[in-house]
Design a protein around this ligand. Sequence first.
Ligand code: SAH
Length: 260
Amino acid sequence: MEVSGLDSDGKEFKNAEEMWREQIGEDGEQQEKKTQWYREGISYWEGVEASVDGVLGGFGNVNEVDIKGSEAFLQMLLSDRFPNARNNQHLVALDCGSGIGRITKNLLIRYFNEVDLLEPVSHFLDAARESLAPENHMAPDMHKATNFFCVPLQDFTPETGRYDVVWVQWCIGHLTDDDFVSFFKRAKVGLKPGGFFVLKENIARSGFVLDKEDRSITRSDFYFKELFSRCGLHIYKSKVSTLTLINKLINSVLNSAKLL
Ligand code: SAH
């Protein structure tokens, strides 16, 4: 990828290859360094409190505007792609890197009959399981969280044809480029016909920014597009939203990609 980037100490990289070489090594040593990259990412999150503020990096106040923006985007997609959803269509979603289940609880569970959650950090997934436990008064066919998978994205292969929507928010930066591509390629088989991915992620102004603390990278829009084309995916709809925080701007892009 011919884009220059930075790490969180301000160090510059000529291109993404140089950064990945430093982080996960050359071919021979790659397995060990890559394992370490993922281990450090997980151990960062293992030290974070299982709360909305925790999974949002201290910006818990973003929750509401994030969910509202996502809801408008999801409604538009669902009415485009599943115009007959009201007619007893059984919709299933997967919440990837779900953390404590914030997105499932505030959004997905209201639109999907079943939601599966995938999250590699067990104390987050335990919190999700607890807060999404079915309530006694619920009818058996109510919307519910069904499966809780405690695995990272790079090791996950979905059940064939199970999902209408695979939601990936604020976690794909933990994946290396190759694992990003192979995850989406494997995950495609998990989509029902007409199903789609939603990727919501912060974007770098250009190139990429490596966060050495949690072992993740923020990619630019261009970088994402290059990776989507390697995945054989194209963008169906995309929306940029700007979440304004006190003295801080986070640019977030919603990309909905569907199969070519
Ligand atoms: N998507 C949630 C959580 C965001 S925090 C939300 O928006 O509320 C980032 C999450 O990514 C954490 O829960 C972290 O444990 C998870 N994560 C870290 N590495 C991951 C990996 N390799 N695969 C999947 N999820 C990962």
